[in-house]
Design a protein around this ligand. Structure first.
Ligand code: FAD
Length: 384
């Protein structure tokens, strides 16, 4: 029998809604004067001091056990915090990769020593993480990676190159997928994950890659005989594929997959609201309806994570539908207002439009491309 999507309508619990007010007030105090174009950068913004203040409020590692510094709150409370941060355009980058996926990965597959050493620092907002999956010839076909971790006394010597590594130049650790064994005709085997200390490992060179908007946020990371000790291995040798697919479930379903253009929606509503007309009303109405639907889908996945269920299929659907929505916002804005996007000049709306127009193509690439997600969905539903 073919599988089906499991999206359940769910109301947020009362404690999540009271938390929302606290987060709004905090963001108002921290961030009220920020320019709209700065808010548009949101999860591109890297600000360790801000992350430490978020940590001090207890909003990093919210669902993790108290013995590692966590707060044992629900995934739906965590959802509300993230939703408010993204809606306000807060600079969450210094903590949220660790909060979203690296910490949960270590909780699930790491050793007790790794958890005790790393998780409290993440919770405080002190440790920033990068994701080392993609390589120059392996993006969508992630299982074809070639960076080798070769066994030596006490650990592994790593040689190869990771690419598009967001914030590697600013981060403390990289969770990296390396090949520890070549198994002919079985590329998903022989892969292993490692917790790489970016600050204290010789043989690692991090080089900037400048993006379409002229900004340096991602990198190429070269490993030349970089020694990674045994105790940096995450999980068993050869279990990397199973672990990395679990990690992608965390990466693909959150509100970041439909809120990347929210700053533009805000500016558009401000503009259209000042001179309401039927066309503007229809466009904004459609956007709000899509947002509400996506939010239901995404909170449903948060509920499944809470229940410990596998969300790989539903997360892929949220990301595909969500990124299609957020990519459409600059086009709809342009069509409605016939407005010239600008960089560093012009109105707030023009500048936000300029920024979102330049970054929107990446929305459906980062975290897995549209075609790959649709392949996962088709397989998950038993259609191929
Ligand atoms: C802003 C941004 C940040 C990123 N940050 C990180 C990061 O921190 N860490 C990290 O590891 N990676 C990161 N990435 C890399 C990202 O995961 C890859 O770009 C993505 O997986 C696609 O891989 P690729 O670029 O090699 O493209 P390719 O895999 O070469 O794909 C090229 C095109 O071919 C299509 N295609 C490929 N295979 C198939 C298929 N089987 N069927 C149909 N179509 C197919 C793709 O959909 C795409 O349209 C980031 C990317 C971006 C844009």
């Amino acid at each position: 029998m073919p599988a089906t999507f499991r999206f359940a309508l769910r109301d947020l619990p009362p404690e999540a809604e009271s938390l929302r007010q606290e987060v709004r007030q905090f963001l108002e105090e921290q961030f009220s004067g920020a320019a709209p174009v700065k808010r548009a950068k949101s999860w591109g913004g890297f600000d360790r001091e801000f992350s430490r203040r978020v940590g001090a409020r207890g909003w990093i590692g919210m669902t993790w056990p108290k013995k590692y510094g966590g707060h044992e709150r629900s995934f739906l409370e965590r959802y509300v915090v993230l939703e408010e941060m993204l809606a306000a355009g807060a600079p969450v980058s210094a903590h949220w990769v660790a909060d979203r996926q690296s910490g949960p990965l270590l909780l699930r597959f790491g050793t007790e020593a790794q958890r005790e050493k790393i998780l409290p620092g993440i919770v405080r907002g002190d440790l920033a993480f990068a994701i080392g999956m993609s390589e120059p010839d392996s993006g969508s076909d992630l299982a074809s990676i070639r960076t080798r971790a070769t066994r030596v006394d006490g650990g592994y010597l790593v040689n190869g190159t990771k690419v598009w590594t967001s914030n590697a130049h600013l981060s403390d650790y990289l969770i990296a997928l390396f090949r520890t064994q070549v198994v002919p005709d079985k590329k998903h085997e022989g892969l292993t994950q490692f917790l790489v200390d970016l600050r204290n490992t010789n043989g690692i060179a991090i080089r900037p890659i400048v993006d379409l908007a002229g900004k340096h946020h991602f990198n190429e990371v070269n490993f030349t005989d970089a020694f990674v000790p045994d105790d940096a291995r995450v999980g068993n040798e050869g279990d990397g594929w199973k672990q990395v697919t679990a990690e992608l479930g965390y990466e693909r379903s959150g509100p970041e997959r439909y809120l990347s253009s929210i700053a533009l929606i805000r500016e558009l509503v401000r503009e259209v609201g000042a001179r309401p007309d039927p066309r503007g009303t229809e466009v904004v109405g459609r956007m709000v309806a899509s947002l509400a639907t996506l939010r239901q889908m995404s909170t449903s996945v948060a509920g499944m994570l809470q229940a410990g269920e596998n969300t790989y299929l539903e997360a892929a659907a949220v990301k595909d539908v969500g990124t299609t929505f957020e990519q459409s916002i600059p086009e709809l804005t342009h069509a409605l207002l016939d407005l010239e996007p600008t960089i560093d000049s012009g109105s707030d709306l023009q500048q936000v439009l300029g920024y979102v127009t330049q970054t929107a193509p990446s929305f459906s690439l980062r975290g897995g491309t549209r075609e790959i997600l649709r392949g996962i969905i088709a397989r998950g539903l038993g259609l191929r």
